[in-house]
Design a protein around this ligand. Structure first.
Ligand SMILES: [Zn+2]
Length: 106
């Protein structure tokens, strides 16, 4: 079995490369210090800046100047999940998840 996503951040659906080890998993610059309850919100924020994320991944792979770009992403995602903590509590659970969240899709 191949693991095409093994180089990526352990947070679900995160497009960034995992470079910071924690508890046997690898996380990106945005997820590494985040509370697990905020992971999805952070991933969403990263994906809304997908152009920056793609560039950061490319720079990581080519040993480019990724630091500034990743700092930017950290800033952009810093508040993700925190200001919506009230709403997050009432988010529908897995049993009511819409079909497009199905894991069988991949
Ligand atoms: Zn991540």
């Amino acid at each position: 079995m191949s693991e095409p996503t093994s180089e990526f951040c352990a947070a679900y659906a995160c497009p960034l490369i995992g470079v910071y080890g924690a508890g046997g998993k690898w996380y990106c610059c945005c997820h590494r210090n985040a509370d697990a309850s905020r992971n999805d919100a952070i991933t969403l924020a990263i994906n809304s800046h997908r152009d920056l994320a793609d560039k950061a991944v490319l720079l990581r792979r080519t040993n480019g100047e990724f630091f500034e770009l990743e700092n930017q992403l950290v800033e952009l995602t810093r508040d993700a999940g925190t200001q919506r903590s009230m709403a997050a509590a009432s988010v529908i659970g897995p049993t009511h998840a819409p079909q497009h969240y199905s894991e069988s899709e991949k």
